[in-house]
Design a binder for this molecule. Structure first.
Ligand code: SF4
Length: 387
């Protein structure tokens, strides 16, 4: 039996749709359209992909251009992709709620990814809920004020983050916590999980560092540590909370391997992380919530930058056109790079890997290392073992 089939059977808890299970391709339409509404942000985080700054940059899409972008999203047809209003801090745009209302009236689902600042008030959260946001994602990179604020470079951000998560949960919003994995917080992961689970968070999304923007200065993990992180996240996905990873599609290989042998990886770092998770949470309570198939940059996902430039993903800055003059639908369907990503025409070990259909490696990390978005992902131990 193939790993995808095994995972479908082993994790069938009713929450996986056909797209996630791999039976539907993302060839004609993405599931997510990320719109970087602005690069303005009150924070100055050490790993910021966008190298966000305090004031808006010249050339941001106007409100009218934003409406046209939302119209363009409807041209994909139903079910419409979900728009993620991201940044920078989308709350730095005065017209954010106008844009949400427009999307809502057209029946386009949306989620919001605000920065934690004085702009993220209970009233703002309430408006997001009332305007129909499907979820709100809030970043937490450390389990303590000391660790989180050092990464966010603003004292008080941790306390404000915990308050915002509590308020959003109380308001009935579907709350997703985002965490960037880097050397600084590697051993903090079980405690972050324990904290957000106790706060009633529904989804934990882990971003595996890609060296773009200010992230070029941040120390990342080595492949063996990424393997330990994936194994820990597999364990964390067995407590009912949805766990998702960004730029670490090889976690789907790990999940498949765990289903074949629960002890295939017993590196010291992993055993330490696992023991801390078991100490905090006790034994697993549910099947894994990891999905057998997910998105890759350009395969289920497309990204529109603050100035309208279209990229395969937010961490893969290869411009393919601009929504001011090009059709997002046409570029998503026809762009040669995107077609090759979806066909898994990848060079090196990823191209011959038996897991490439469910994985394919991070195209963003491949690009950040080699300048070629179709090269192999250097964070995967399968790649390092075969080069
Ligand atoms: S070698 Fe590439 S395709 Fe295979 S599991 Fe690793 S990252 Fe994924």
């Amino acid at each position: 039996m193939k790993v995808t089939e095994m995972m479908s059977h082993k994790t069938s808890d009713g929450r996986f749709d056909a797209a996630e299970a791999g039976s539907r391709s993302f060839a004609n339409r993405p599931v997510l359209v990320f719109w970087e509404t602005t690069r303005a942000c009150p924070l100055y985080c050490i790993h910021c992909r966008a190298s966000a700054v305090s004031q808006p940059l010249l050339g941001e899409l106007t409100t009218e251009e934003g409406f046209r972008l939302i119209d363009d999203v409807t041209s994909f047809g139903r079910p419409y992709p979900t728009i993620i209003f991201t940044g920078g801090d989308p709350l730095k745009r005065d017209d954010l709620f106008e844009l949400m209302l427009y999307a809502s009236r057209l029946g386009v689902g949306f989620a919001v990814s605000p920065a934690v600042s004085e702009l993220l008030t209970k009233d703002a959260l309430k408006r997001m809920r009332n305007f129909g946001a499907s979820s709100v994602s809030i970043s937490l990179d450390g389990a303590t004020a000391e660790s989180h604020d050092a990464i966010r470079r603003k004292d008080g951000t941790y306390d404000r983050t915990i308050d915002a998560v509590k308020e959003a949960v109380e308001l009935g919003l579907n709350v997703q916590v985002n965490t960037v994995i880097m050397r600084k917080n590697f051993f903090d992961l079980p405690r972050i999980f324990h904290l957000i689970k106790s706060l009633g968070v529904k989804t934990w999304e882990l971003f595996f560092l890609v060296k773009v923007g200010r992230g070029t200065e941040v120390e990342e993990l080595v492949p063996e540590e990424y393997e330990s992180a994936c194994n820990l996240l597999y364990d964390a996905s067995c407590y009912g909370l949805t766990v998702r990873c960004v730029e670490a599609p090889f976690i789907r290989r790990v999940a498949g391997q765990r289903l074949q042998s629960d002890t295939y990886w017993n590196d010291d770092a992993y055993l330490e992380l696992k023991s801390e998770l078991l100490r905090l949470e006790g034994g697993p309570t549910t099947p894994s919530t990891l999905r057998p198939r997910g998105t890759l940059d350009g395969d289920g996902v497309i990204f529109v930058a603050y100035d309208g430039t279209i990229y395969p993903g937010g961490l893969l800055p290869v411009g393919m056109g601009n929504v001011r003059s090009d059709s997002l639908v046409r570029i998503y369907g026809d762009d040669n790079l995107l077609r090759r990503i979806r066909a898994r025409e990848i060079d090196g070990p990823c191209g011959v890997c038996e897991f490439k259909d469910i994985c394919g490696g991070s195209r963003a990390r491949a690009y950040s290392y080699s300048g070629d978005p179709l090269s192999s992902d250097p964070a995967c131990i399968y790649v390092t073992a075969r080069t």
